[in-house]
Design a protein around this ligand. Structure first.
Ligand code: GDP
Ligand code: IMO
Ligand code: MG
Length: 427
């Protein structure tokens, strides 16, 4: 059985936890998009792992980890993750494969990300400053791109870097009056990475096709969330990759026909980091309350996350976009204590009611939410193990979201730990 796990909101839905749970039965876990902008949390007992590039299956010692071609790799981040895992007694030796076609995030990408955001001032996107946009831009532009395969041919890379850095220095100097960067220093880093990753860089597409032939069980781990998808999200307030499951095929060379389950992950409410429209946002005491209870601060940047009610218009859209067959809803425990809970069931835009998600961010910014109000619950859910033992108000909430979104909700999160998950079978 092959499964793709993907976020259906603006990221941070709890994908890391869900992937970790499902990885128990997987042979291989594949990251197919994004880069170190992702922050995936896995909590086992008292140990917390925050993974940025490494697939969340890494914490299970028998699982093969693949970083496929669609990922933009910051080798320094990856090395520090490997060190962090080693310190916790987890070795990646012989079970990490990185695509030779994955693009490398270099220091000038991170610099450009920062300089551009600073120059944009109040119009900035609010990126994670991890160099994601500039690296994907170089990939699309082709001429100045560096891939993992280039780390295998250092003489050619040295020349290439001279050309690229000369270009970047002219550009950054003219646009931002930035101090020049040094090609030699970047090359020294590349030399180090070339040694460190020599045994890992490979043709991951061939590896995955062979694994499919051998009927291995593969888990595909999405990064970000579908509302941040470059083509289908809330552009320009998105990331620079296809963060919905539509990015799976291009991101790893495996077409969706090989995937049995597309599992969408949502929180029981919405959050967003960075700028952009957010119709159900509660920029008030309710939002502050959710942020405190849910510890809604970024895993990668530590920024406070904006919080709001569950938006069924947005999630119905992303579920359809991703061909989602089941949903996992996290953070139900967080909502305990609210007198009433709202679900956005439709938008009113320019006086017209609609349940379609607008493709244009400016239109979305004008959307007013029409809410269904449900009774809340006060019970602590964190120790509940069976669906039958959940309070009726929780069951009613889940069933109502399911009705609006149109996809069965089969997993319910009641706490951050691996064990705090409730399975629900659909009659
Ligand atoms: P990801 O990017 O989708 O992997 O999500 P993050 O790890 O960035 O953020 C999700 C946060 O919610 C992490 O701190 C998780 O430990 C936590 N979490 C996941 N599921 C639950 C849940 O059901 N309840 C609570 N209270 N926390 C959860
Ligand atoms: P995970 O995988 C939440 C957001 C940033 C910003 C926008 C563009 O942990 O769910 P970028 O650095 O990608 O150019 O930033 O996208 N963003 C995320 N928000 N979770 C993520 O990943 C995110 N990755 C990017 O906050 O608004
Ligand atoms: Mg995250």
């Amino acid at each position: 059985m092959n499964c793709c796990v993907a976020g259906l909101q603006w990221g941070d839905e709890g994908k890391g936890k869900v992937v970790d749970i499902l990885a128990e039965k997987a042979d291989i876990v594949v990251r197919y998009g994004g880069g170190a902008n992702a922050g995936h949390t896995v909590i086992i007992g008292d140990t917390r792992f925050a993974l940025h590039l490494m697939p969340s299956g890494a914490v299970r010692p028998g699982t093969v980890c693949v970083i496929a071609n669609g990922v933009v790799v910051d080798p320094d981040v990856l090395l520090s993750e490997i060190d962090g895992l080693n310190e916790k007694g987890i070795s990646l030796d012989g079970r990490l494969f990185i695509s030779e076609n994955a693009h490398v995030v270099l220091d000038y990408h991170k610099l450009e990300d920062r300089l551009r955001e600073e120059a944009l001032g109040k119009h900035k996107i609010g990126t994670t400053a991890r160099g994601i946009g500039p690296c994907y831009a170089d990939k699309i532009g082709r001429s100045y791109a560096v891939r993992m395969a280039d780390l295998r041919n250092l003489a050619v890379l040295r020349e290439k870097l001279d050309t690229i850095v000369a270009y970047k220095n002219k550009l950054f100097g003219a646009l931002y009056n930035a101090a020049p960067i040094n090609a030699g220093e970047i090359f020294e880093k590349c030399k180090r990475w070339s040694e460190k990753f020599a045994g890992c860089i490979t043709n991951t597409t061939e590896y995955l096709h062979t694994a499919l032939d051998a009927e291995k069980s593969i888990l595909f781990e999405g990064a970000q969330g579908a509302l941040l998808d470059l083509d289908h999200g809330t552009f320009p307030f998105v990331t620079s990759s296809n963060a919905s499951p539509l990015g799976l095929g291009p991101g790893c060379g495996v077409p969706s026909k090989h995937v049995d389950t597309f599992l969408g992950v949502v929180k029981a409410y919405m959050t967003r980091v960075g700028a952009g429209p957010f119709p159900a946002e509660q920029d008030n005491e309710t939002g502050d309350w959710i942020r405190e209870r849910g510890h809604e601060f970024g895993t990668t940047t530590g920024r406070p996350r904006r919080c709001g009610w569950f938006d069924a218009v947005a999630v119905a859209y992303t579920a359809r976009l991703g061909g989602i067959t089941q949903i996992a809803m996290m953070h139900l425990d967080t909502l305990a204590g609210l007198k009433e809970i709202k679900i956005c069931r439709a938008y009113r835009i320019d006086g017209r009611e609609t349940t379609f998600f607008p493709g244009d961010a400016e239109q979305l910014a004008r959307a007013e939410c029409l809410y269904e109000t449900l009774p809340g619950w006060t019970e602590d859910l964190s120790a509940i193990e069976q669906y039958a033992d959940l309070p009726d108000a929780v069951k009613h909430y889940v069933a109502t979201v399911e009705r609006f979104v149109g996809v069965p909700i089969t997993m319910l999160g009641v706490g951050p730990k691996r064990t705090q998950i409730i399975y629900r079978t659909i009659p």
